[in-house]
Design a binder for this molecule. Structure first.
Ligand SMILES: [Zn+2]
Length: 150
């Protein structure tokens, strides 16, 4: 089981761009320590290349990353699924979005050949991957990770 002491998440505030530590607990109403803007973790969090390691690999919970591109049609079909997962698993699984055009080094590191590609990370390691629109596989990946038997 996750320990309360270890449920802080390192994120970049979307407004003031300060990197802040916020509690993962959705009931904690996380706010940026600098500008006090709410940091909402029940929806996908956009993660820039320079924040990927700290936010995704360093997260205390499993992280589902949606690697997408603005020009990609199928990415828009996956987006509502990803939104739903972020809402349903808030506090247990972090959902992040990475724009592959803005994060070429991260896309290369994980050999993203097409978008959308969704990768589930646990403890900084890739655990599962879904390419294209695979709703059942995606839900299964996340369910296993949240249950801790992935
Ligand atoms: Zn801020």
């Amino acid at each position: 089981m996750p320990e309360d002491l270890d449920t802080m998440l390192s994120v970049r505030c979307p407004l003031c761009l300060e990197r802040v530590e916020v509690p993962l607990d959705p009931g904690a109403r996380a706010r940026c320590a600098r500008c006090e803007r709410p940091i909402l973790l029940d929806r996908p969090l956009k993660v820039a290349q320079e924040d990927f390691d700290a936010t995704v690999l360093g997260a205390p919970v499993p992280v589902l990353v949606d690697f997408f591109a603005e020009w990609c049609g199928p990415c828009k079909w996956v987006a509502p699924l990803v939104d739903e997962i972020a809402r349903d698993y808030a506090g247990r699984v972090l959902v992040a979005k990475v724009d592959t055009d803005q994060a070429p080094a991260v896309a290369e590191r994980y050999a993203i050949r097409s978008v959308p590609t969704l990768i589930l990370f646990e403890g900084g390691e890739e655990r599962a991957r879904s390419v294209g629109l695979e709703p059942e596989k995606l839900h299964d990946m996340v369910r296993r990770a949240a249950d801790g038997d992935g």
